[in-house]
Write a new protein. Structure first.
Length: 235
């Protein structure tokens, strides 16, 4: 539902509180849903995946960094979805293990979810999950054009916004230094070390974060990302 999220963010100012997002979807019907029940379902789904609350730092900082996103808008919002939805985050590992240029189809997602959660869902739910996962990673930018019943695995489009946000998510988990590039979210960018560091440095020059890199030693800082009542995990 990245298109719906994009519409919502375009009509709700960044400084609004959580209630304004609910009001825009249910009362104003900015997403043009035909029934109240559809509006309520859409709101609950978007809130679960994206929080829609500036008091949640994951959403607040994604929204702020989205102002600096270009081709990486879908990856940026995808990282937020992965941070909030464990199945997406776990499935990412399977996707990244498929070499760029190889085919990846819905059947492989079904095989993955069956192995990840054996016996936990009905047959119809396993199939539904596989369709949703397949569609999600296509929207996030990991899958290209259709080749028969599959799509070509591609690298998602990264930029200064997504590389900053991924580093922030891994930093929140207690990671630091060059090891942070191997964190779950930084790995999601699917970048080589040199390209990754270059993008971080470009983000630093734009003032999105503080970056120092010399002799293979990487230091990152995120001033202003957290409020006084928020903290990262202890390294």
């Amino acid at each position: 539902m990245l298109d719906e999220l994009g519409v919502l963010l375009s009509v709700v100012p960044a400084d609004e509180e959580a209630e304004r997002y609910r009001h825009a979807i249910i009362e104003d019907n900015v997403l043009h849903k035909t029934t109240v029940s559809n509006r309520e379902r859409t709101f609950k789904f978007l809130r679960r995946l994206y929080a829609l609350d500036p008091q949640v730092c994951l959403f607040r900082e994604m929204r702020r960094l989205s102002l600096y996103a270009a081709d990486d808008t879908k990856l940026l919002t995808g990282l937020l979805a992965m941070a909030r939805e464990p199945i997406l985050r776990e499935c990412l590992g399977m996707v990244l293990n498929i070499p760029v240029g190889d085919s990846l189809g819905r059947a492989q997602f079904e095989a993955w979810i069956r192995a990840f959660a054996p016996g936990q869902y009905s047959e119809s739910m396993f199939i539904s999950f596989s369709h949703n996962l397949y569609a999600s990673f296509y929207q996030f930018g990991y899958l290209g054009e259709s080749v028969g019943k599959a799509r070509t695995r591609i690298r998602p489009k990264s930029g200064i916004a997504s590389v900053t946000y991924a580093a922030f998510l891994d930093w929140l988990q207690g990671m630091s230094g060059i090891a942070l590039l191997q964190g779950d979210y930084s790995r999601a960018l699917d970048l080589g070390t040199d390209e990754h560091v270059a993008l971080l440095q470009a983000a630093g020059r734009q003032g999105l974060l503080k970056v120092a890199y010399s002799g293979g030693v990487l230091e990152l800082a995120f001033p202003g990302f957290l409020k006084n009542n928020e903290s990262r995990l202890t390294p």
